[in-house]
Design a protein around this ligand. Structure first.
Ligand code: ZN
Length: 130
């Protein structure tokens, strides 16, 4: 799945697209793995609430401040983006039952851009239960 991001740091709710992919593959039971091949993006599951999203961005700024003295900045000046990606993780595995992602009422799947804007990719791998 291709994703065009619009900001330096951005959360994009991809839940509906992932569910559509599961439906298109006609998988009834199994596991859906959503992963990102980039080193400065992440995949997370949480609530899509604007206050919570800005709380996460504030937390990332506190934990990994953009202007700090990072060794990787000698290479391409985006160490903060890599470090934030490592903290959030690059994949999520979601059980599929009766063709549906088994997410809780408030759970959504987010693609997290940490060094945008860029054209990005998220991979969806389905493992069918026999
Ligand atoms: Zn880099």
């Amino acid at each position: 799945m291709m994703i065009n991001t619009n900001r330096k740091v951005e959360l994009i709710d991809i839940t509906d697209k992932v569910q559509e992919e599961v439906r298109n593959k006609s998988i009834s039971n199994g596991i859906c793995v959503v992963s990102t091949p980039h080193t400065t993006t992440a995949i997370i599951i949480n609530e899509n609430e604007s206050g919570l999203i800005s709380d996460l961005l504030n937390l990332l700024n506190k934990l990994v401040p953009p202007g700090a003295d990072y060794n990787h900045n000698r290479i391409d000046n985006n160490a903060d983006s890599h470090l934030r990606a490592m903290l959030l993780g690059s994949s999520e595995a979601i059980p599929v039952i009766d063709g549906k992602l088994t997410l809780g009422t408030w759970q959504r799947i987010f693609f997290v851009e940490l060094d945008g804007p860029r054209q990005r990719k998220a991979n969806i791998t389905l493992i069918r239960q026999t």
